[in-house]
Ligand binder design. Structure first.
Ligand code: ADP
Ligand code: MG
Length: 410
């Protein structure tokens, strides 16, 4: 699934209203019946609405649902992308769309530009996608998955990520600046850096290692565990340090070898949909997993093993209780991403097997993923899944207050 920015320019205002109508109807209808689309789009029925429906279906922003007891449509990811991007453009957060630089398991990463020319990152959450690709054991659950749930869950993931990024940033953590969130997308600062995964050589691995462990402990002091702390989610910025006290230049795989002692390596942490509170029932497991990810990676990639055992969860917890930072887990809850939302998202992510980058193949440190192969597999799975999925009906669980936002947009 790629973001199709081209379609953005070709919608008439009527088409756009019909698209919004399908979105509004999708909140409680798996298949939105045509008369409801007319009603929700605020246009009088008749040929205008039908023409728009056919335009939208042709550009794959909505999809006709066959085999239904009644004639109807559902919003596609493309349609949801369109609505989100349109909102970012209206709010002057995004002016133009550039290249897609990443296709993660649960997201697409696209470079966008502001009107000033500065580049930003648009992260599009795609929580249903992983299920198409790898979760074959969970067919029963997936059969009951519907348009409403992937839209809602992807939006929850975006809300959660935005809320945590904001709280972390405000409390001095080195994370990208969060700029905006709409539906299942967030816009953030672009970090000009390679992920640790692409760094072949670090002159002083012990220094970077201990800095990363300090980050894990510092997060815990603020009541948080990252939950997916690994080489893909740590970007390594190179800062030129005129004092000459730097820890040396890293070499990216594609880069030259010379090291420069005046360059300091600065880790920037990204990817927060799996963040958990230090009070989570499985907090210790997540904490240890984060620590062990780094230990294992440093050993395999840089042949570095620390002499110091730990850090251990018990120590992190003691430190948290003795010397607490502000509790960001609590702060985020108060900011609108409620505990109930957190629970819903966590359950869904578990059920669809969204295990972040930690689930990525770890045995292929020297091999690059073959994205093309993966995406064709994914498309086949997706088609298969869509056929199974075409069941009309009502979904009672997906309540969504973005209709307010929808009104604001009109
Ligand atoms: P996912 O949830 O799919 O793992 P991430 O947020 O980890 O998504 O992003 C995937 C990749 O995209 C990262 O490994 C990184 O290479 C790149 N990326 C994400 N956010 C940024 C950013 N703000 N600046 C630069 N690169 C980024
Ligand atoms: Mg990631």
């Amino acid at each position: 699934m790629k973001l199709d920015a081209k379609a953005l320019r070709y919608l008439t205002s009527e088409d756009f209203r019909v698209l919004q109508g399908v979105e509004a109807g999708s909140r409680n209808h798996e298949v939105v019946p045509t008369p409801l689309i007319s009603q929700l789009s605020g246009l009088r029925g008749g040929s205008g609405v039908h023409r728009s429906i056919s335009n939208l279906a042709k550009t794959n922003l909505i999809a006709k649902v066959k085999n239904a007891k009644y004639d109807g449509y559902r919003l596609t990811y493309g349609g949801l992308d369109y609505l989100a991007l349109n909102a970012h453009q209206k709010q002057k957060v995004v002016y133009s769309v550039g290249n897609q630089i990443g296709v993660g398991k649960e997201s697409d990463i696209v470079v966008v530009a502001h009107s000033s020319g500065s580049q930003r990152i648009l992260k599009i959450h795609r929580l249903g996608r992983i299920s198409f690709r790898t979760v074959k054991t969970n067919r029963d659950y997936l059969r009951h998955r519907n348009t409403g749930s992937w839209m809602y869950m992807s939006r929850l993931a975006a809300m959660k990520e935005f809320a945590f990024m904001k709280a972390l940033r405000e409390n001095g953590f080195n994370v990208p600046e969060p700029i905006a969130q709409n539906r299942h997308t967030i816009v953030m600062e672009l970090i000009d850096a390679f992920p640790l995964r692409q760094i072949s050589k670090v002159p002083h691995p012990e220094a970077l290692y201990s800095e990363l462990m300090d980050i894990i402990l510092e997060l815990a002091r603020f009541g948080l565990i990252h939950g997916d702390f690994n080489e893909f989610n740590i970007l390594i910025k190179e800062i030129v340090d005129p004092t000459g006290k730097g820890k040396g230049k890293a070499s990216a795989d594609a880069d030259a070898e010379d090291s420069d002692e005046n360059v300091r390596l600065e880790p920037v942490i990204i990817d927060f949909p799996q963040m958990v509170s230090i009070d989570h029932v499985n907090a210790e497991m997540y904490f240890d997993r984060d620590v062990n990810c780094i230990k294992r990676y440093f050993q395999r990639k840089f042949h570095f093993v620390s002499d110091v055992p730990g850090p251990f969860f018990a120590d992190a917890k003691k430190n948290f209780l003795k010397n607490p930072g502000k509790r960001l887990d609590v702060e985020v809850e108060a900011s609108g991403f409620s505990r109930k939302m957190a629970r819903e998202l966590e359950t869904y992510m578990k059920e669809v097997g969204a295990d972040g980058d930690a689930g990525a193949a770890r045995d292929d440190l020297d091999e690059d993923e073959d994205d093309e192969e993966e995406s064709s597999e994914e498309e086949e799975e997706e088609e298969e899944e869509e056929e199974e999925d075409e069941q009309p009906g009502q979904s009672s669980t997906e309540v969504d207050e973005s209709s307010e936002r929808l009104e604001k947009l009109q």
